[in-house]
Design a protein around this ligand. Sequence first.
Ligand code: DGJ
Length: 742
Amino acid sequence: MVTVNDKEKVFHLHNGRISYLLYVMESGQLGHLYFGKALNSAGSYLHMVEKAYRPMTTYINEGDLTTSYEQLRQEYPCYGTSDYRYPAMEVQGSDGSRICKLEYQGYEIMEGKKALPGLPATYTEDGAEAATLEIRMKDGWRNLEVVFSYTIFRDVDGVARSVRFVNHGKEALWLNRAMSLSIDMPDADYYGVQLSGAWARERYVKTRELTPGVTAVSSMRGNSSHQHNPFLALKRKNTTERSGEAIGFSLIYSGNFLAQAEVDNYNVLRVMIGINPFGFQWKLEPDAAFVTPEAVMVYSGDGLNGMSGQFHRLYRNRLARGYWRDRERPVLINNWEATQFDFVEEDILKFAKKAKECGIELFVLDDGWFGKRNDDRRGLGDWKANTDKLPGGIEGLAEKIEALGMKFGLWFEPEMVNKDSDFYRSHPDYVIATPGRNMSHGRNQYVLDFSRKEVVDAIYVQMHELLSKAKISYIKWDMNRSISECYSAAYPADRQGEIFHRYILGVYDLHERLIHDFPELLIESCSSGGGRFDAGMLYYAPQGWTSDDSDAIERLKIQYGTSYVYPLSCMGAHVSASPNEQVGRATPIGTRGNVALTGAFGYEMDLNKLSGEEIEEVKEQVAFYKEYRSLIAKGDFYRLLSPFEGNFAAWEVVRQDGRQAFVTVTRILSETNGPYRRLPLCGLSEERKYHVESRYLSYDAYGDELMQYGLILEDKSSGSPTDASAGCRDFMSLMYKVSVIE
Ligand code: DGJ
């Protein structure tokens, strides 16, 4: 998968479907040639290097008016030597200079891929699944070694990249900027696609045409954020969900990030993604190393949906890991929206019993079970049960839930503390705060300084004790505020630029320790819903709470956008009460179920409050999920109709062998006397015959017809005259089962 032309110093990573080409320039810097659909691996490619005399350019060699880094397409540009675009790295010495020039030293090719110390990353299970090319570079002046790692995957059309810096000099250096990936693409005729939003409307799809200058999304909040996801895609003007070129960049990281596309004056596009350089500075002592998080770029000639398919395959199979990666996820019920802080054990048991009757497998006790946590002003940090609410403690409640035949799960917010807590009273110095400055709060809470091992240890001890004593099968790991006044009392002045990153390393470390001690524990990540829904967390927590907005109609956009990068297996999606707590919208239980069923499914309500008829629907939904959950988790996902573009949202999940599928179609507002509608499906076998079944429809058709002519939607969701028994006419959703019969 890696071919090297030693004479031309050209490296070609390929897997039969994509190619990535780079080369060593005469000056020793690394140049970029190509990323896209596969090229012949025996070819010669140096003629792709374009350089010509340009006015107002700075050239690196006397007497040469064509060699300028400003014009050459590079792999990992440094600051200060004739390139005036944003660099991928910037290193500063004790002399104050920030100039750097990397020169090629050599390369190594290995099977599979190495792990990144302390960081989440994709992995291989056997060496044949991927090949890694490591290219060693050096800034001789400073004796700084920089190693670029490129992994190409056999089964995914993507390349994973990271960079390692090692200071072999005698003096400390400061890394001011160390992106994970940078690439200079030959043209900039793209639209940028980003996933942006806010709390309760995370990951909306936003598209903008690239123009000269910089287009960027970022976070400087300490978490990857509700506002922007660590992701950026490029698409051509005519690219659709199903056709045309799309290139996706995703960062496997949960902290401050920057994803940026810069169009220069010759229509060259520089894309980079990595730790946000704003507020970042890492001191590299002699012999010390720094490794960037990993970034993944995927190529699709089959549109945006094709790009998502590549991410889904890689992240589901070779980023998520451990006991739960391939196991069927339990149907869960969570008490938060039903009770908030106001519950006692008796209520919880009633709640759980009803859930058990409906076939639900896991009960999750959310916030409010510990310390004096009767509201959000106190308790965080004291991870011991509140025995006024739970007389038998967590151990007692967990046993009672297990006796009902369910598993028990528990909420934690390990990174946070309230001032009104025993933990804070004993360790007021354990919080992130800048001496002499105000300490801002978020939801009345403060952020523990996870850049310090002793702070992580103190929380680990408490969690470990509880997880060892009580039968806890699942934890929901929440994080409800961003970091402000970032500063750690434990580090000197010239290391304060490391704290945001060290904080995230501390979060990863605590996850790693718990996974090590309790390998069968299922962790669901959460950050006020989807404030840290990123590829980094997926390495530790195979599922995440997608959004605090649980309204089915709001979720159409949130889940649709989330699916650009993240597989259904990791998207926590629950049926909640109607009218919905966040938006006050009343929707039928069937619609709420349909939308939540394409995710890691569960409930967020007190089922005792439902009518007998609704309970029967809940039972059907749970049974459907149990039957289809392995298809949902492992099947191919197709976005069919975008809620960002019209009154309908539709998607399809197809078993990888094409023999079984289901389609969810949601009509947002009702229509009268609407047109006949058909919905072309994807991923079926053209020559096989399928049976199509929904509440109002049942017929047989060949795969080619279903994919060309389309699935007939002449039913309640098309706007045909509605019958009163269908209930609410707005917010109708139907599920179509499609199964091979011949
Ligand atoms: C925010 C989460 O997103 C909610 O689901 C819930 O767990 C609350 N925190 C509890 O405080």
